[in-house]
Design a protein around this ligand. Structure first.
Ligand SMILES: *[C@@H]1O[C@H](CO)[C@@H](O)[C@H](O)[C@H]1NC(C)=O
Ligand SMILES: *[C@@H]1O[C@H](CO)[C@@H](O)[C@H](O)[C@H]1NC(C)=O
Ligand SMILES: *[C@@H]1O[C@H](CO)[C@@H](O)[C@H](O)[C@H]1NC(C)=O
Length: 651
């Protein structure tokens, strides 16, 4: 936060305390608690998400017995529903997150996974299937394969034309890392031939209909077309940096962007998810939010033609899509217009009766974290007549205009959007399984996990949303190419045929470690995202209040017990008894009721300290029942507050 802004904030807070507006301060306090809870959740869930994601990758993944090397299963679930297949789209998006993480911080084991993935995809490109074969490219549009890499021959929604575009984007991401670290020849000889097949497919077939990302609608899908545009632009730039070219990319990309504009409905204020289709749906769909986050390029600012996350079109679409779930899910009942809710695919969804999805709820957060990054680095927020409704739901008094980061309105909007974004992560925290597992869906009425367990894409979505919140931003794809954002005056259905080649990859050169000084430079920037609502309410980092020297953490756990049993907490520090159950801290049942069976108690801990702990039940005979693994983890907040709360359910 810049000095001038802080002064303004201090001024407005002082005014508020003079006027004594309890509603405002209560809202602030709730906001601070939410942000802390989200920070805590991310601290534990990030590791779980990465581990569980890797479990779903063959051949070594813990849930991937029988899965070929490099292939990603959608979920370990083999029945009701059976997701034990590999999907081109899901796999590309999962590896897009892995490549991003790897490029930000070198990790040899992730590199091995990436290399195995590339080798597996080269092979998959050659597998003839019901969509066709590689010879004319049609086989690349197949959506899913068996886990041994052979064709799935059952009935399915095919083709799905986003897969090749997304795979190209992911492989281009790794190629950029190779080039930045001096391994251009690996990119040229091993990765580029695989990418080229996918780009050729996009340039040839982009103007034909196919099934959308939910595999239900055959037509033209916003998510697919946006991905195709990015792939062609980024593919052309990669070709150039490899001393080659992609003339089909250059010829077709502007036309794909031209076509993308026709999804925008000015009268409805959102991008239609599907066109060239007549299925009776509203076309309000999280498809659009996903397209926006997956085509985020901070260098494109708030460009509306590419629906950048902070563009007025994308923010307006965000509002329309999120609002479409407010009244239809029981778990969203009573939540006000400016607060986050559980987000599904589209309001008419009837799959498993139509429920919120973790990955869409996380995407709603990620789009806003992306927007915050651009506002912060560009130094202003622009509200247009198109985005006014989005902003007014959060800051009712706001008017259209451009607010420089030195203005109070900027700070008010920035903080409100940050809190709103955190609210979506808070929903995922609330409805995740207690051990951190993320399934595909959660029940619209009860919030319980539903459908496929441990969905790989859910975990990838968690990792990227958490990265954005921490200010870790992906490398851009526009590359300063004006074709990235300039929309032709007239749209043409230009497509280009091309030839496809069988690529045989067996191994990659070893020891391709980062070159000194080249590790991540120029690929990622970490801005100082303002994680505080205001200096007086959150404190800590800004030094605007005395830092607490001890924090009384109130632990609450929901556990049904019988008379004579006591719930205690024990953990890995002296204050928590060093795992010695005889030194565990007893909790109180004073607030226990049959409808709300809670045990709670306070333990004084050190700000900034990380602890592991578990709850135990001590029976009348002194015997102990432990909670199930894993150990819980918690980081004690280091701010001005000398109290904190941690609420858990017995696991
Ligand atoms: C093909 O492109 C033209 C021009 O943009 C557009 O009108 C048409 O709807 C597109 N069709 C498909 C299936 O993409
Ligand atoms: C959480 O529990 C479920 C159901 O028992 C199990 O399938 C899953 O593997 C567990 N996840 C983790 C991260 O331990
Ligand atoms: C307790 O566990 C946390 C989290 O794993 C760790 O950071 C911390 O060092 C541990 N504390 C002690 C005293 O071992």
């Amino acid at each position: 936060m810049h000095g001038f802004t802080s002064l303004l904030l201090l001024g407005s807070c002082a005014l508020q305390s003079v006027l004594g507006r309890p509603d405002v301060s209560r809202a602030r306090r709730d906001g601070v608690l939410l942000q802390r809870a989200v920070t805590d959740f991310i601290a534990t869930e990030e590791q779980i998400a990465l581990e569980q994601l890797l479990c779903n990758i063959g051949a070594g993944g813990c849930n991937s017995q029988g899965v070929a090397s490099g292939l990603v299963i959608a979920s370990p679930s083999k029945s009701s529903p059976d997701y034990f297949y590999t999907w081109t789209r899901d796999s590309a998006l999962v590896f897009k997150a892995i490549v991003e993480r790897f490029a930000n911080e070198y990790d040899g084991s992730l590199q091995t996974e990436i290399v195995n993935y590339i080798i597996s995809q080269a092979k998959l490109q050659t597998v003839s299937n019901p969509s066709g074969a590689l010879s004319d490219g049609q086989g690349l549009g197949e959506a899913k394969y068996l886990v041994d890499g052979s064709a799935f021959t059952g009935g399915w929604g095919r083709p799905q034309r986003d897969g090749p575009a997304l795979r190209a984007i992911t492989l281009i991401g790794y190629s950029k890392w190779l080039i930045a670290n001096g391994y251009t020849s690996t990119a040229t000889s091993l990765v580029w031939p695989v990418i080229r097949n996918d780009l050729t497919y996009v340039a040839q077939y982009w103007n034909q209909t196919g099934f959308d990302l939910w595999e239900e609608v055959s037509g033209s899908s916003f998510f697919t077309v946006a991905s195709q545009h990015r792939a062609l632009i980024e593919g052309s730039a990669l070709a150039k940096s490899l001393g080659s070219s992609c003339s089909a990319c250059d010829a077709v990309a502007p036309q794909v962007l031209c076509f993308l504009q026709s999804f925008w409905s000015p009268s409805s204020g959102f991008a239609l998810a599907n066109i060239n289709v007549n299925n009776g749906r509203s076309s309000k769909d999280a498809n659009v939010i996903l397209a926006s986050i997956h085509n985020f390029d901070p260098a494109l600012g708030c460009d509306a033609a590419t629906f950048q996350p902070c563009s007025d079109r994308a923010l307006s679409s965000h509002k329309v899509v999120v609002d479409s779930f407010r009244s239809i899910y029981t778990i969203n009942a009573g939540i006000g217009a400016g607060s986050a809710v559980a987000v599904g695919r589209y309001p008419e969804d009837s799959y498993y009766n139509g429920n919120p999805w973790y990955l869409n709820t996380l995407a709603a957060a990620e789009q806003l974290y992306d927007a915050l990054y651009v506002w912060q680095t560009s130094g202003s927020i622009t509200v247009t007549s198109t985005s006014l409704a989005f902003f007014r739901a959060l800051v009712p008094s706001v008017a259209a205009g451009t607010y420089p980061s030195t203005s109070a309105t900027y700070t008010t909007i920035y903080n409100a959007v940050f809190l709103y974004a955190d609210g979506f992560v808070g929903k995922v925290q609330q409805y995740a399984q207690t051990n951190g597992s993320l399934a595909e869906q959660y029940d619209r009425n009860t919030g319980a996990a539903l459908s496929a367990r441990d969905l790989t894409w859910s975990y990838a979505s968690f990792l990227t949303a958490a990265a954005r919140r921490a200010g870790v931003i992906p490398v851009g794809w526009g590359g300063g190419n004006t074709a990235a954002t300039s929309v032709p005056g007239t749209c043409f259905a230009t497509s280009q045929g091309g030839s496809y080649s069988t690529v045989v990859l067996t191994a990659f050169p070893t020891s391709q470690t980062p070159q000194a000084g080249q590790t991540t430079t120029g690929t990622f920037t970490r801005p100082t995202v303002t994680t505080t609502l205001s200096p007086t309410t959150t404190g800590g980092s800004g030094g605007d209040c005395p830092q607490a020297t001890a924090v009384a953490v109130s632990f609450t756990v929901t556990k049904v017990t019988v008379y004579g049993q006591t719930v205690k907490i024990v953990g890995n520090t002296s204050q928590l008894g060093n795992w010695d159950t005889s030194k565990a801290i007893a909790l109180s049942a004073s607030q226990y009721t049959s409808s709300n069976p809670i045990w709670s108690g306070s333990v004084t801990l050190t700000p900034g300290q990380s602890v592991q702990y578990k709850y135990i039940v001590v029976n009348t005979d002194g015997s102990v029942t432990w909670e199930a693994d894993p150990n819980r983890a918690y980081s004690i907040p280091s701010g001005c507050d000398s109290t904190a709360t941690k609420t858990d359910r017995w696991q």
